[in-house]
Design a protein around this ligand. Structure first.
Ligand code: AHG
Ligand code: MN
Ligand code: MN
Length: 332
């Protein structure tokens, strides 16, 4: 119900499944607490000396920003003690993150991108946190990387929080998608965007055009046809956006439709794409499909990919159903 706060919403959902123990509700509520802490750190920005680079690189050889490191620490510290998780995997950590000895283990695994859109931090453009929740295999209390390598169809929940003009949390537990706006005065996420649905048609696309010469032919054809607008085969004009924060692009698509592409490109063919399957592609695909959209690599449904490593990258094409289907058909 619009206006209820996140905990209320989660408990109402929990009551619909009589077998639920409440552990899952508590886990999501702890994730929300982590996001509030990160929202605060992002918002303080230069006042707290949070901008700029950390002077380190992550496992993927990317320069870490101070806020990447701060957000990662806040996320881990907010969740490691709760007893709801068996382990965590972060974009910023080489290995899976164990639960420290002394804390109880739970039955869930979480994969997360603590701060998405790092290139936008210093220029004050929206960034966010993305997470994906899986079940730990039966009996596993000290998960290895192997235990995390489950296809996206196995996710029990996924969500993201975008730190923009408002801080908004978007969540799916597999029955639709809901959006909650952070009310800083009361410190709660309030359900402001119930049952988000992505329109099947759109006239807005998002892609980093500077990579055009590295794309494969089907993507080049699709984008060229959009750019030709009324004068081309599509016979309608398209608009383009590129925020360079996936959280902001997906939120826009949930709000007014659109298609987002970070396709395979030939800059480094061994990478298979720019975005990470476990921290970005899977959770966003779950959300987009739950809102009536589609998510594909161009050749297969993202959520059906069997992961081979936690830091694996994949091509991502997601959003309004009819446009994604068109791009997939061009890969035919
Ligand atoms: P991250 O900051 O977690 O590394 O992710 C940034 C991602 C994604 O959010 C965005 O769509 C894309 O990288 C931007 O890439 P380009 O800079 O190549 O446009
Ligand atoms: Mn990211
Ligand atoms: Mn990141």
């Amino acid at each position: 119900m619009k206006g209820e706060h996140l905990t209320q919403f989660l408990i109402h959902e929990q009551r619909k499944s009589p077998a639920a123990t409440g552990e899952f509700t508590l886990l999501l509520s702890d994730v929300a607490t982590a996001c509030k802490a990160i929202a605060h750190a992002v918002n303080r920005g230069a006042l707290a000396g949070h901008l700029g680079v950390a002077g380190s690189e992550n496992v993927q050889g990317e320069v870490q920003k101070k806020l990447d490191v701060i957000s990662n620490d806040l996320f881990i510290r907010s969740l490691e003690w709760t007893g709801h998780l068996a382990g965590m995997a972060s974009e910023e950590n080489d290995q899976v993150i164990p639960i420290p000895s002394g804390y109880p283990r739970g039955k869930y695994l979480i994969c997360f991108d603590p701060l998405d859109g790092s290139s936008n931090i210093d220029v004050n453009i929206s960034v966010g946190t993305i997470f994906s929740i899986l079940r730990a295999p039966d009996g596993v209390t000290q998960p290895s990387e192997q235990d995390f390598l489950q296809p996206g169809t196995q996710q029990v929940a996924a969500g993201f929080c975008v730190y923009g003009p408002s801080t908004v949390m978007v969540l799916t537990t597999g029955s639709g998608v809901n959006g909650f706006t952070l009310d800083r005065d009361v410190g709660e996420f309030i359900l402001t965007h119930p049952n988000l649905r992505i329109p099947a048609d759109t006239a807005e696309f998002a892609i980093n055009m500077s990579n055009r010469r590295y794309w494969e032919e089907p993507v080049r054809r699709y984008v060229d046809e959009c750019v030709q607008g009324k004068d081309g085969v599509r016979e309608k004009n398209f608009n383009m956006r590129w925020v360079a924060s996936m959280v902001a692009e997906v939120y826009r698509i949930l709000t007014r439709g659109g298609i987002f592409l970070y396709p395979f490109d030939t800059r480094d063919p061994s990478k298979g794409g720019r975005l990470r399957l476990m921290y970005e592609a899977n959770p966003m695909s779950f959300i987009v499909e739950q809102a009536g959209g589609l998510a594909s690599t161009g050749r297969e449904r993202i959520m059906e990919i069997q992961p081979h490593s936690i830091h694996q990258r994949v091509p991502v094409i997601l959003g309004s159903k009819n446009e994604v289907e068109r791009v997939v058909s061009y890969h035919g």
